[in-house]
Design a protein around this ligand. Structure first.
Ligand code: GLY
Ligand code: MN
Ligand code: MN
Length: 536
């Protein structure tokens, strides 16, 4: 016991864990990159405003084990900090106190000798100053008492507060930091009021003769359980069977103040949509190494292979190239499973003669790929599989033709949908173009970056934004068409860098043409020769 106490005291006094690790990758984003992003953020803030950006909460995986921690991409983008329990304040104007001038303050997780021995290194205040280039850094517990007069700002910018934030009751985990912020900044965080505000917002946006009945019944339902909603004068008018002219008046009377949350969303969407050169280096690497993984699975697959093993080959290749994680749960589904859009169980034992749909993307230093390849486990497409595949391929080709600066985002899906509808009509799978959503129920594109569904404005395409182009056709069993089409699911997804007059396909390393896929499938992979022992 004495020895144990000695050990603990020794650890606390000397904290033998070095703050920073040596022999790390040397291609992380630079501190100048993050500083530049904070400056760009500040430039978009309105006069006399302050912004608060919080870390994500840790999440329980099992009992006393947490999920691998994933930083809040917005905080990472602005700071490079990857730990939990932090809040960044960015001020539009330079602030002066008795002792210092500052335009940003960063409150971070403190160092802790025992915790670091068990859980890993922490940068702490000094590490954040040295490694991330901040000057005004404090421990989280100093946040509550730090003298910032939030009442003097015209706008306080912040994201929505998530509901699933764990509370370690110290007052300075992210739960405590958010509470402190709401008290200090006098932010009314009554969940009922937030519900009401969202309701009013959606009323203002889309109140029409067509959806009035739906809104009325929704408002009535919410009024029954929610006093804030019940007593709101606008809601009372909505519930009172308004006619068309009264409805227009109601709509005009709904006043939605510009809120800090809207500013936060607009600024982060504007900035993150357009990638800087340093980000593109990481994104290219994430996409390329994901393509290598797709190719290795295509080469090594046989009808005897399991979905899980195919999934495992992806992960092995990702780690081989130093990717920390995947940007989303890998989707590796054969046949019927390939018709489940976000299937992630990946447990079917044999691929048999089916198509294997693999939607898998590595995350490299925060940036994620999002690549889908679909191929026959036998190495040869059946006529039905090929017919469906060709439609999806053609949809992709047609969308690529309009990938350039200025194309309205919505045009991408319009083009994809039209090609798929025409193709399905020709095969007799649908009888009317309107039925296309039955077999192509998702959109064609989203932005890609720190989030798989990255932030962006969804307006005209901008140079140096990265989007996916991912048409698909999914025909589950019992669909209303000839059963020879059943259980065919095809998606082809590529990651596209938008340029002024065209695009660059970042995922071209993995073939898309059916004939090239068959050629690749005919090759052998090292993964065919692993020879791991059987376990009985
Ligand atoms: N992997 C998710 C998606 O394609 O959007
Ligand atoms: Mn996608
Ligand atoms: Mn995907």
């Amino acid at each position: 016991m004495k020895q144990y106490l000695f050990f603990v005291v020794w650890i606390i006094i000397f904290n033998p864990i070095a703050r920073t690790q040596t022999d790390l990758p040397n291609d992380y984003l630079s501190k100048d990159f993050h500083k530049g992003r904070r400056e760009a953020f500040r430039a978009l803030m309105p006069e006399n405003s302050v912004a608060a950006v919080f870390s994500y909460s840790e999440k329980v995986f099992s009992n006393d084990v947490n999920y691998f921690y994933h930083p809040n991409p917005d905080l990472y983008y602005l700071t490079g900090y990857k730990e939990p329990k932090a809040v960044l304040l960015i001020f539009k104007e330079l602030q002066s106190s008795i002792s210092q001038n500052y335009n940003e303050l960063f409150f971070v997780r403190k160092r802790d000798a025992i915790k670091e021995t068990w859980e890993g290194r922490r940068l702490g205040v000094e590490g954040v100053k040295e490694n991330l280039g901040f000057t005004h850094v404090y421990e989280g517990k100093e946040f509550y008492d730090f003298s910032v007069d939030f009442s003097k700002f015209d706008v306080i910018i912040h994201d929505e507060f998530p509901v699933d934030v764990s509370d370690d009751e110290t007052g300075y985990d992210v739960f405590g930091l958010m509470e402190s912020f709401r008290i200090k900044a006098n932010i009314d965080y009554n969940r009922d009021k937030i519900k009401l505000q969202n309701l009013l917002k959606s009323l203002k946006r889309s109140l029409s003769v067509d959806n009035l009945a739906y809104f009325m019944s929704y408002c009535k339902k919410l009024s029954m359980v929610n006093a804030e909603v019940r007593s709101d004068p606008i809601i009372k008018r909505v519930i009172n069977n308004p006619d068309a002219s009264e409805m227009n008046k109601i709509k005009a009377d709904i006043k939605i103040k510009p809120k800090g949350i809207d500013y936060f969303k607009d600024i982060t969407r504007t900035l993150r949509e357009v990638k800087k050169e340093e980000e593109l280096v990481l994104l290219r690497k994430a996409v390329k190494l994901s393509c290598v993984a797709h190719n290795e699975v295509i080469k090594s697959a046989t009808p005897e292979m399991s979905e899980n093993k195919a999934h495992g080959i992806h992960l092995y290749v990702h780690k081989h190239y130093g990717a920390e994680d995947e940007g989303y749960a890998p989707i590796v589904g054969a046949g019927a499973n390939g018709c489940i859009l976000h299937y992630d169980a990946n447990i079917r034992q044999k691929l048999n003669n089916d198509l294997l749909l693999m939607d898998v993307g590595a995350e490299y230093h925060g940036y994620t790929a999002d690549v889908t390849r679909t191929f026959p486990a036998t190495g040869k497409f059946s006529p039905e599989q090929k017919a469906i595949y060709e439609i999806v391929y053609e949809a992709q080709e047609e969308v690529f033709k309009i990938c350039r600066e200025g194309t309205p985002f919505s045009a991408l899906n319009t083009v994809a949908s039209a090609v798929i509808a025409k193709g399905l009509l020709k095969l007799g799978i649908i009888k009317d173009e309107m039925e296309v959503r039955t077999y192509y129920p998702h959109g064609c594109s989203h932005y890609l970056g720190l989030d798989v569904h990255d932030k962006g404005m969804y307006g005209p395409l901008k140079t140096n934004s990265v989007i996916t182009v991912e048409p698909g056709i999914y025909i589950p069993a019992n669909s209303a068409c000839d059963k020879k089409w059943w259980n065919i699911g095809v998606r082809i997804e590529d990651d596209i860098l938008i340029l002024k007059d065209g695009y660059e396909n970042l995922s071209e390393m993995s073939p898309r043409k059916w004939s090239e896929i068959e050629k690749l499938a005919g090759k052998k992979s090292k993964f065919n020769e692993l020879g791991l022992p059987e376990i009985k």
